[in-house]
Design a protein around this ligand. Structure first.
Ligand code: HEC
Length: 283
């Protein structure tokens, strides 16, 4: 009886300790979550959720949207933002906006070559060691419009326009955030003063951003005659940026799918051969 009692009290105290630990953990988690929620509420508005047709395991990019997105980047964003990890040839690779089956090697794709040649990049120093420029080739990366960080800040009121090659992965809520940021400029509330050179945007942490609203209605004339509303331009450039952050994702998704089919067939084959081999053997 005594032994039983001791065992019970031990079990209870262990359970008690576990319960106490669980309670502490729950309280701590709730505390952290509360803090995060408070921060989110006080800091920046949660981006609006948009239904992206390229999301999910079978999602694909829309070639026309990618081309429009590139047009927006080229005609608007590239005057302030570089994309150092994206190369002109990527535009003509399978899955890219200008892929052409007749020119599987993107370096030979005339559209890609023309797009590259339209951009000027730094060349080799000349015989006197002075800097030169030359038209880009498909092998070049998208250049930064500013030679140094200091010049970029000087031109942008002290702020630095970030490189956009992987910006979608570098920001929480990626595509939704950038879309909301681009279309979400507003008049500041009464009690908020924004100093000159900054613009009120509730989606930007802190609310005051040094980037002027880049996409006013009809900012570009689309090559395919799509109506250039602010939202349309934002959707297109975000689709382009999502593709650019991972230009080979479509090929990878397709490969994953093939591997699944292959493994399923292989499993079936193994099962059939197992049945055949052991057919007349008692086991
Ligand atoms: C006139 C220059 C200029 C143009 C044009 C411009 N931006 Fe910016 N952008 C900036 C600057 C400056 C910042 C940094 C803002 C800050 O830190 O306050 C910035 C910041 C950003 C950010 C980062 C916001 C963050 O969370 O840090 C994104 C994304 C962005 N720009 C996207 C774009 C896109 C897409 C375009 C084209 C549609 C574009 N920008 C056009 C100057 C520009």
């Amino acid at each position: 009886m005594k032994v039983w009692g001791r065992m019970m009290s031990k079990a209870f105290s262990r359970r008690g300790r576990i319960a106490a630990l669980a309670a502490t953990l729950i309280t701590a988690t709730a505390g952290v979550m509360g803090l995060a929620a408070a921060q989110a509420a006080g800091d920046a508005r949660t981006p609006e959720h948009h239904h992206w047709h390229f999301a999910g395991p079978f999602g694909t990019f829309d070639r026309a949207a990618l081309q429009r997105g590139y047009q927006i980047y080229r005609e608007v964003c590239s005057s302030c933002h570089g994309m150092q990890y994206l190369h002109f040839r990527n535009l003509g690779e399978p899955g890219g906006p200008y892929y052409d089956e007749e020119h599987p090697n993107a370096n030979d794709n005339p559209v890609v070559r023309a797009i590259a040649a339209d951009t000027t990049v730094a060349g080799e120093p000349d015989d006197f060691g002075d800097p030169t420029t030359r038209p880009a080739t498909p092998a070049d990366a998208f250049p930064n419009p500013f030679a140094t960080e200091g010049m970029a800040r000087l031109a942008n009121g002290g702020a630095l326009p970030p490189d956009l090659s992987v910006i979608v992965s570098a920001r929480h809520h990626g595509a939704d955030y950038i879309r909301s940021l681009l279309i979400g400029y507003e008049e500041p509330p009464e009690d908020v003063t924004i100093r000159p050179g900054l613009y009120y945007n509730p989606y930007f942490p802190g609310g005051a951003i040094a980037m002027a609203p880049p996409l006013p209605e009809e900012r570009v004339t689309y090559a395919d005659d799509t109506e250039a509303t602010t939202e349309q331009m934002a959707n297109d450039v975000v689709e382009f940026l999502v593709w650019a952050a991972d230009p080979h994702q479509e090929a990878r998704k397709r490969m994953g799918f093939m591997v699944l089919i292959y493994l399923t067939l292989l499993a079936l084959l193994f099962w059939i051969s197992y049945k055949v081999v052991w057919r007349n053997v008692a086991h």
